[in-house]
Ligand binder design. Structure first.
Ligand code: NAD
Ligand code: IPM
Ligand code: MN
Length: 356
């Protein structure tokens, strides 16, 4: 059961596949260093789940795995997914059920253009891109509802249904409006009700209804195709964004790259009621193309563990990590290849440790 005030919070660590374990290891070093002045000691409990575990046992997570996870205060995850295994095994066996089983309906994905990082967009000044995406994380287009018949035959037929519920829309929108109140009081809802009139129609209705309870918040509703364009054309115009599961997924790879790299994008999968442990992970995947080379950028994982500390109440340590990351980027000295440098994963993390 997650607790806020525990003196030794227990964290389940699933490094997973590819660069997952590489970046997680460095992020834990940074977290422990940031926590050294606080009177809590985190217990990091490594769980060997992922593709290797599947190859050995035929399971991606053991029978008692979910109960075991639930006995922790939070979960810290690297990434899962391997080129030689279907994503149906790895992602649909572990990551996606985890988000649903633990009702992690709020997926928070910040994107910030740090000083010292070059945006691929021309003339962007530090801090000019600063948005926070509230991605719905338990239903929508990711609902495992549908079926496939006549696989491989000429009649091959698939149905993939999206599920939108009033309750599901309502709770993510409430969270986003509350979040907007803590920032610039501006919220943009991403929709596609011009084409998907049922699900996105409900989404829009609930957005309008919720907006009427927050008259102090400036609201916008934007079609996802236009939003994709505006993330490039005028990213400064976004502050808090609320999006469905799939739209939030796609737009946050976009928000990551316009702020310099997917290697900087952190995320928190939150159960706001704290009935279940929340889960923290970088936005990126297992990056098989660079796995094992020791060159993955650990900052996304480091900024994710920062969100974990914040969630469990270590506000000062979290702020210290944020400042250290900002200082390292501002100095422009140590940078992994995704940021145009030659530093290794370890060197990048050590620069953050030094800044701490
Ligand atoms: P990816 O995010 O793994 O990689 C996309 C590109 O970004 C690659 O070129 C990669 O080298 C680069 N990149 C990603 N993270 C980086 C980092 N920290 N530093 C430097 N460069 C980085 O996406 P993909 O290649 O589409 O997916 C690979 C596998 O990961 C697939 O199996 C996919 O399903 C899975 N995946 C898992 C998660 C997760 O577990 N949360 C998230 C996304 C993708
Ligand atoms: C993410 C990932 C996952 C998602 C995949 C791996 C299923 O892309 O966390 O952004 O789509 O949610
Ligand atoms: Mn994604």
């Amino acid at each position: 059961m997650p607790s806020v005030a525990s003196a030794s919070p227990k964290i389940a660590v699933i490094g997973g596949d590819g660069i997952g374990p590489e970046v997680i290891e460095q992020a834990i070093r940074v977290a422990d260093r940031a926590l050294r002045t606080e009177d809590v000691r985190y217990v990091w409990n490594p769980l060997p789940w992922g593709s290797a575990f599947y190859r050995e046992t035929g399971r991606i997570i053991p029978d008692d795995g979910w109960d075991l996870l639930q006995s922790h205060d939070a979960i810290f995850m690297g990434a899962v997914g391997a080129p030689d295994l279907p994503d149906t095994v790895t992602l649909q066996g572990l990551l996606l059920p985890l988000r649903r089983k633990f009702d992690l309906y709020l997926n928070l994905r910040p994107a910030y253009l740090f000083d010292g990082v070059e945006s691929p967009l021309r003339d962007k000044t530090p801090g000019s891109i600063d948005m926070l995406v509230y991605r719905e994380n338990t239903e929508g287009e990711y609902a495992p509802v549908g079926g496939r018949i006549y696989v491989g035959m000429p009649e091959d037929t698939a149905i993939q249904s999206a599920i939108f519920t009033r309750r599901g829309c309502r709770r993510i929108m409430r969270a986003a409006f509350e979040g907007a109140r803590r920032r610039k009081k501006k919220l943009t809802s991403i929709t596609k009700s011009n084409a998907q009139a049922f699900g996105m129609g409900l989404w829009d209705d609930v957005f309008r209804e919720t907006a009427s309870e927050y008259p102090d918040i400036e609201t916008h509703s934007l079609l996802v195709d236009a939003a994709a364009m505006d993330f490039i054309r005028k990213p400064e115009s976004f502050d808090v964004v609320v999006a469905s599961n799939l739209f939030g997924d796609i737009l946050t790879d976009l928000s990551a790259i316009i702020t310099g790299s997917l290697g900087l994008a952190a995320s928190a999968n939150i159960n706001p009621e704290r009935i279940y442990p929340s889960m923290f992970e970088p936005v990126h995947g297992s990056a098989p193309d660079i796995a094992g080379k020791g060159i993955a950028n650990p900052l996304a994982a480091i900024l994710s563990v920062k969100m974990l500390l914040e969630h469990l109440g270590q506000i000062m340590a979290a702020a210290a990590i944020q400042r250290a990351v900002a200082a390292v980027l501002r100095a422009r000295k140590v940078r992994t290849p995704d940021l145009g440098g030659k530093a290794t994963t370890t060197e990048m993390a050590e620069a953050v440790l030094a800044a701490l």
